[in-house]
Design a binder for this molecule. Structure first.
Ligand SMILES: Cc1ncc(COP(=O)(O)O)c(C=O)c1O
Length: 480
């Protein structure tokens, strides 16, 4: 049976009708698009249409989009799916605002992605933070443990929802099943930022999906791991604890009235791909990742993050984290050497390089890329330094929240020199991107340890994200 792609099919049909547009977009079916862009986009530009009446309206879906979103819900086993054309950031904002009223509390790991803080600000939601486990060997955070969730919920019975990031950037999945049970026994809603897991649930070779583990909602970056265009994500809702109607209202509130139909069509076709060959795609990604893992493991001293390192947690093995500490290189330096050889990686940090492998890594050029990686590693191995030269990975220092996030976001601020900011209340988000995990949130007290951490990260050459002063020589603090 042919897999249906309702929106994509409707768009192709519309294109064949060759209708002259007296409507938006202003480039009129590509006629007015500047030549250099036109030649790159090719025929696809003709499909950049904005036709809510003919091709359905994401704000009130009744035909193609309605059917396509229902097919996505079916493929993932949710009760309702909403397309997010402003990425998982939008889906996370919507998930929080669906589950919580202004003033209500959500329990979440302190290393949640910066978009979560955005959701708290927009929704007026109060955060109760938990510290995730830290793995000193790799210098990365793992997950929050079910016991920690249970203790936090017992301590504060006014918490209405828990939000997890699972799997995390490095592929380490939380024990979502156990946490869902703990939440649901207390009538607490479980939300999962599954930005890095839209491919889960289709094969036993990968951890179970959040929905399979009983989460009430999850936000997935279809664009990060599957075949949708960048910025295309999905929000899924299941069960009785959340209102699908409210989710629809919030998603509509947060969505442009001019969503790009090519982007939406890409969500439709990405869903069709996983529906038809989700298992095969997962297996192809695992196999491709195994090839890379095999190459790295031939270089003595390099450490690969495996499930055995994860203390009983499941690992998505398509995320290949390689630790260079034994060789005396930082992850940033290793990333630069790889880049010079034509390899761009997903993330670098103080000690690690993260290679993101997907179902698409099956072409001949993937094998060529593996050879290049092997050659770079061989050269680095020959020029090993002492381990003492490796950058010591530091856990993000913990600090206190002195004022509510939202109050600080809207309040008056002033810029001060970073090195003179200890003791002041931070007025902006400070992250190093990727992974985009806030080192400081608006409302948190800046400490000497945090200043030292930021200085170390800056020294490594990691890009700063969030502050008005991108060099982080100054930082905005709450005005006295
Ligand atoms: C854990 C996590 N959540 C959410 C997001 C936001 O996703 P998007 O870029 O699709 O808005 C990211 C992006 O890197 C992420 O890593």
């Amino acid at each position: 049976m042919k897999i249906k792609m309702p929106l994509m099919e409707a768009m192709l049909k519309y294109k064949q009708e060759n209708i002259y547009p007296f409507h938006t977009p202003g480039h009129k079916g590509g006629r007015g698009v500047e030549q250099s862009l036109r030649s790159e986009l090719g025929e696809s530009v003709v499909m950049d249409v904005s036709l809510m009446s003919e091709l359905d309206d994401i704000h009130e879906p009744e035909t193609y989009i309605k059917e396509a979103q229902a097919l996505a819900a079916q493929a993932y086993g949710s009760d309702a799916c909403f397309w997010a054309v402003n990425g998982t950031s939008q889906a996370i904002h919507a998930m929080l605002m669906t589950a919580l009223q202004p003033g209500e509390k959500v329990l979440l790991p302190r290393n949640a992605h910066r978009s979560v803080a955005g959701g708290l600000i927009i929704g007026g939601i109060e955060a109760v933070f938990m510290q995730p486990d830290y793995c000193g060997e790799f210098g990365i955070n793992f997950q929050v443990q079910p016991k920690a969730v249970q203790a936090a919920l017992e301590k504060d019975s006014s918490i209405k929802a828990v939000l997890l990031t699972s799997p995390n950037y490095y592929g380490v999945a939380a024990d979502v099943e156990a946490i869902a049970k703990i939440c649901h026994e207390r009538k607490v809603v479980l939300l999962v930022d599954e930005a890095h897991g839209p491919h889960l649930g289709f094969s036993d070779l990968l951890p179970k999906s959040a929905l399979q583990c009983g989460a009430d909602a999850c936000a997935q970056s279809t664009h990060k791991i599957l075949g949708a265009m960048t910025q295309c994500s999905m929000l899924h809702v299941q069960g009785q604890r959340l209102s699908v109607e409210r989710a629809a209202d919030v998603m509509s509130l947060l969505t442009t009235t001019s969503p790009n139909y090519l982007l939406m069509a890409s969500l439709d076709v990405a869903r069709a791909q996983v529906e038809e060959r989700g298992r095969e795609m997962a297996e192809a990604a695992v196999l491709a990742a195994q090839k890379l893992r095999h190459i790295c493991s031939r270089h003595a001293g390099l450490k690969l993050l495996t499930e055995a390192d994860c203390g009983g947690l499941k690992l998505d093995v398509t995320k290949v984290t390689v630790n260079f500490a034994e060789w005396g290189y930082t992850g940033v330096e290793a990333g630069e050497l790889l880049r010079q050889a034509g390899i761009a990686v997903e993330l670098v940090d103080a000690q690690n390089v993260l290679f993101l492998v997907t179902y698409a890594d099956v072409t001949k050029d993937y094998d060529v890329a593996l050879e290049k990686i092997d050659a770079v590693l061989s050269r680095m191995e020959q020029c090993k330094r002492s381990k003492a030269q490796a950058e010591r990975a530091l856990e993000v220092p913990v600090t206190q929240m002195a004022l509510p996030l939202r109050e600080v976001f809207y309040g008056a601020k002033e810029a001060v020199a970073l090195e003179e900011s200890a003791g002041r209340i931070c007025g902006e988000q400070v992250s190093f991107y990727p992974p985009g995990i806030p080192v400081l949130l608006p409302g948190e007290v800046i400490t000497e340890e945090i200043i030292a951490y930021c200085t170390m990260m800056k020294g490594l050459g990691l890009p700063v994200s969030g502050p008005a002063d991108g060099s982080l020589r100054t930082i905005r603090v709450v005005k006295r």
